[in-house]
Design a protein around this ligand. Structure first.
Ligand SMILES: Cc1ncc(COP(=O)(O)O)c(C=O)c1O
Length: 500
């Protein structure tokens, strides 16, 4: 075993990993990467088929991102955001606010104004409406971005008198991170049940998991279950009932927290078209806040192309015309380079925290590396790349190529459902597609398929029996086909099928 692999075995405790299994094998030690490829210590190359746990956008070792990072490094690596501003953090905040308010143009102004609309127009400024996202609170990762949103919503509801003990609603199977607040919003028993004693209670709303929905009357077909589902939107009815029930208890929900369009760690559960819009409208009509966790879905991951070839929708929420009150961003924010996160809030939420010093309305939350200049500078370069026509075209092409490649998987009887949203897909393995029979987790079907893929040069990580494919945006058509072909031969090996 290589010395570095031995050191890993001796000293490192890996996340979400049964370390007994880990210590039985030889770890892959990655030493470099370029584009969609990773290279290990032995010089073997692998396709990065899960974009380094859903973070990487433009590929590894990208010259533009490298240059931006080096430029910033030559100025300063870090300075505190407690009491100081810094150049890339200010610029990035403006860019993020612009990108999350798609209808907006020009420089923005927030807060009370003494100018007339005409004066403002003359200066090409546009005042953000109260419901638009206008303030950026930085933190370090997806979990802390959610933690921040949660605390903001909690205080907002108490201070506005909506609730004295705010209660939150999130989706079945929800995963919003691993800090205690984020875990409290989670509903994956396997991960979360152990910590029950540490958590506050939140309620679970039925997730629109069409493939396994008890209300879906359709027999299984060789297609994404969202396309052939046969139901009456009972999931939306259930949501209405949840809100009503809680209202009757004289403690209406403070907020609904959700991953828009697709729930990742729940098993790549993609929502049928129209669900998000209905749920967002319901949440609004009930007066609760909508918190969008775009940690996985943000920055073009869900596709941003319109039919007419134009684009501009970098966030999942906007694909159904919805706008949250709080939005959590991380993972892809730096193109997969550095840990950074942002929670964006509306002026309505922000203003509740304004007051005289001695009123102590301050938002008492912050981290040492908040607004880290290296992360912010890289994020700016990543946004520049995302907004180029070349990147847009590339993303549109990748989405089509992936869709086309995935169709060949339906010939395998162990494929139950294939859920593609933009540039990501979840492929659900089952015992038998005709019965949707679940393969027990102890059989490690997903893990074995991914191990077989790794032996063939493709790296990804399963979620139970769901194989995740989430290519960096720079992946070529050839690499996409190779990735799917290798998945096929891995399934053939694990399930004992012929791969003709
Ligand atoms: C939707 C979503 N929210 C939050 C998180 C937590 O992010 P992090 O792992 O950066 O803390 C994740 C991580 O996978 C996620 O997928």
């Amino acid at each position: 075993m290589h010395r570095l692999a031995k050191l890993d075995h001796q000293y490192v405790w890996h996340p979400f990993t049964q370390m007994r299994d880990w210590l039985r094998g030889e770890p892959l030690v990655i030493t470099s990467g370029r584009g969609a490829l990773l290279r290990d210590i032995q010089g073997r190359e692998y396709l990065d088929a899960n974009a380094s746990i859903w973070t990487n956008l433009h590929g590894h070792n990208h010259p533009r991102l490298n240059a931006a990072l080096r430029r910033q490094l030559n100025k300063i690596a870090h300075t505190s955001a407690l009491g100081l501003a810094n150049e890339p953090a200010s610029l990035l905040a403006m860019r993020l606010v612009r990108s999350v308010n798609p209808a907006a143009v020009g420089p923005f102004k927030t807060g009370p104004s003494s100018e007339s609309g005409r004066q403002r127009k003359g200066r090409h400024e546009r005042r953000l409406r109260a419901e638009e996202l206008c303030k950026v609170f930085y933190s370090d990762d997806g979990s802390t971005a959610l933690e921040v949103a949660l605390k903001m919503a909690y205080e907002f509801c108490r201070r506005t008198g909506r609730s004295r003990s705010p209660r939150f609603l999130s989706l079945q199977g929800a995963y919003h991170g691993d800090t205690v607040g984020a875990v409290s919003l989670g509903h994956i028993d396997l991960f979360h049940e152990t910590y029950r004693g540490l958590l506050f209670r939140s309620d679970a709303l039925m997730a629109p998991y069409c493939y396994r929905c008890p209300f879906n009357q359709a027999q299984p077909e060789r297609a994404d279950a969202r396309q052939y589902r046969c139901c009456r939107w009972e999931c939306v009815e259930q949501a209405k009932r949840s809100f009503q029930r809680q209202k009757k208890r004289s403690n209406p929900y403070a907020a609904l927290v959700l991953e828009p369009l697709i729930q990742g760690a729940a098993g790549m559960i993609a929502q049928p078209e129209g669900w998000l819009k209905q749920i967002a409208e319901l949440t609004r009509s009930e007066g609760a806040l909508l918190i969008a966790d775009e940690v996985m879905t943000g920055f073009g991951r869900t596709g941003d192309a319109f039919e007419d070839g134009t684009s501009g929708r970098l966030y999942a929420c906007h694909r159904e015309g919805t706008q949250p009150d709080l939005m959590a961003l991380s993972k892809g924010i730096t193109g997969g380079y550095l840990p950074l996160a942002a929670t964006l809030s509306t002026a309505t939420v922000f203003e509740v925290f304004l007051g005289e010093y001695e009123e102590f309305k301050t938002f008492f939350h912050g981290h040492s590396y908040t607004a880290n200049p290296l992360g912010c500078a890289t994020a700016l370069a990543s946004l520049d790349l995302l907004e180029t026509q070349q990147s847009r075209n590339g993303r549109q092409r990748l989405e089509r190529v992936l869709a086309e490649a995935l169709t060949s998987l339906w010939r395998f009887p162990c494929i139950g459902d294939i859920r593609q949203v933009g540039l990501m897909a979840g492929i659900e393995l089952v015992r038998n597609w005709r019965t949707r029979e679940i393969i027990p987790l102890r059989e490690k079907a997903g893990i074995r398929v991914c191990e077989a893929m790794a032996r063939r040069g493709v790296l990804t990580r399963p979620i139970g029996n769901v194989i995740v494919l989430m290519p960096p945006y720079c992946m070529t058509a050839r690499q996409v086909c190779q990735m799917v072909e290798i998945l096929e031969s891995a399934m053939a090996e694990v399930f004992g099928f012929s791969n003709d």
